[in-house]
Design a protein around this ligand. Structure first.
Ligand SMILES: [Zn+2]
Length: 200
């Protein structure tokens, strides 16, 4: 999806004046004082100064391309967000300028070494890209083994009543997933939900 990765529109940061893509923008403030639209870097600087975190440094990470076990390339963009006592580092693919496909997140200490956090994120991405839970069958995709990991997203087509799943970095509708499960009719299953920042 790297060819579709260009941001469709940008927003100007109220602090530094840089035009940044929509996914790199935070509305910062309160109802009383009003909101300012800040780029992630300026948002982190504001939070760091509010918390007196002198050693926090915002590291701007360039996109990386990684290849999955089927030989398909994935371009990942990064975002670092300072949320109080936590530093969240995310990696995501883009489609039409919006995070889509594979998404990963790790949580660290704001005073920690950013590159160490990046190291553990990359490790998780490699681990995830080394597995494919779905394979192509005669009538569409099917479950390759007996385990599936993925992400639960909002499905606009179903008005949010049923989930849109993202498995192997691709969208799978609830109905489509139901069809895949029917090849296991009569079997049992175990469903475990995990936080975004946890390994699955
Ligand atoms: Zn800015």
């Amino acid at each position: 999806m790297s060819d579709e990765g260009e941001p469709s529109d940008t927003t100007v940061c109220a602090a530094c004046g840089t035009a940044v893509p929509a996914y790199d923008v935070v509305s910062y403030g309160s109802i009383e004082r009003g909101y300012r639209v800040l780029c992630t870097s300026c948002f982190n600087a504001e939070v760091a100064s509010a918390l007196g975190l002198e050693h926090f440094e915002h590291v701007r990470l360039e996109p990386v391309v990684m290849t999955d076990c089927a030989g398909e390339q994935h371009e990942f963009h990064f975002r670092t967000r300072l949320l109080g006592e936590l530093m969240v580092l995310e990696a995501f693919e883009l489609k039409a300028g919006v995070p889509n496909g594979y998404q990963f997140e790790v949580v660290g200490d704001p005073d920690g070494e950013p590159l160490a956090l990046l190291g553990s994120l990359i490790e998780r991405m490699r681990h995830s890209l080394s597995v494919r839970y779905l394979e192509s069958g005669e009538d569409g995709a099917r479950i390759a083994d007996q385990t599936v990991c993925g992400r639960i997203e909002w499905d606009e087509a179903g008005d949010g009543r049923t989930p849109l799943l993202v498995i192997d970095g691709r969208e799978v509708s609830w109905v489509e997933f139901g069809h895949m499960l029917m090849s296991f009719e009569g079997w049992q299953f175990r469903l475990a939900i995990r936080d975004r920042s946890e390994d699955v």
